[in-house]
Design a binder for this molecule. Structure first.
Ligand code: NAP
Length: 254
């Protein structure tokens, strides 16, 4: 991977993180000699930490992010957040416009339906709630921030899997605290053990948690797949190697 004379031409890169790809990118960029800082929102109590410098917590909107980038002498920002973290991605696009500091968005491809899978594709979480039939036994694998819309569906039983468990979940729900990656074998066992009839997932596209889709397909369990939110236009790369190439190009051309 060509990155130019990185050590002699050290640049300051801000990665907006919170994903495995962001961690892989931080490691790869650190090896090139650039100064890399990863920013995390601070949602997870014990996050898996990336290589390089880390800062934790919100910036205070577009102005806060723009001010941080100027103050730290950031040369380039990589938005490597989760595809459903729409606000920070919009803020990154706006802060890049305001400051003129280039932005690259690392956006992994969406999951494609496995052979033989049954997918009900919905545009948002409200539609996912509405798509569930009465009496369904539902595995929710959508994290912990979007659970509330499902609370009124007392006619279904919910098994919710997430990394950190928030307060205030319905007492009737079954809660599983777990962090991927998960194997297909383990996912099939989980679906069988809880007699799951429906799986709800965001179209995250992350390889580490994709096994649930093959498991559901094999057991003919329908997946309610929530589409990604729309994000503002940006230079998009689909993988860590592509991000490294785009960053190298950006620094060579300025
Ligand atoms: P969000 O709704 O897009 O962002 C809400 C606010 O949180 C932002 O306005 C920003 O606050 C702060 N924030 C978000 N990501 C940040 C980051 N990397 N560094 C500093 N501040 C950040 O985000 P979210 O959906 O709550 O996701 C939060 C984090 O969890 C992201 O880093 C994302 O990669 C990760 N994550 C999200 C999901 C998901 O399903 N949404 C799943 C896995 C991981 P200020 O405006 O004050 O700067």
């Amino acid at each position: 991977m060509s990155m130019g004379n990185a050590v002699g031409d050290k640049r300051r890169i801000l990665i907006l993180g919170g994903t495995a790809q962001a961690r892989q990118l931080a490691t790869a960029l650190g090896q090139t000699g650039h100064a890399v800082t990863t920013s995390l929102a601070g949602r997870t109590a014990t996050p898996t930490l990336p290589a390089g410098e880390i800062r934790i917590g919100g910036f205070g909107g577009v102005e806060g992010l723009a001010a941080y980038m100027r103050q730290t002498g950031t040369d380039l920002i990589v938005d490597a957040t989760h595809p459903f973290a729409a606000r920070i991605s919009a803020n990154a696009a706006a802060a890049s416009q305001v400051t003129g500091i280039p932005l690259i968005r690392l956006e992994r491809p969406q999951w494609q339906k496995p052979e033989g899978a049954i997918w009900v594709e919905v545009p948002d979480m409200a539609s996912a709630v509405a798509a569930l039939p009465a009496g369904a036994r539902v595995l929710l694998t959508i994290g912990r921030q979007d659970l509330a819309p499902f609370f009124p569906r007392t006619d279904c039983h919910f098994i919710a899997r997430m990394i950190d468990i928030p307060e205030g979940l319905p007492a009737t729900w079954t809660i599983i605290a777990a962090r991927g990656p998960f194997t297909q074998e383990a996912e099939e066992a989980l679906l069988g053990e809880h007699k799951i009839t429906h799986l709800v997932s965001k179209n995250a596209g992350a390889a580490e948690v994709a096994a649930k889709l093959d498991a559901a397909a094999r057991l003919a369990i329908p997946v309610v797949m929530v589409a990604r939110p729309a994000l503002p236009p940006a230079q998009i790369v689909a993988s860590v190697p592509e991000a490294l190439e785009a960053i190298g190009r950006a620094f060579r051309s300025d």
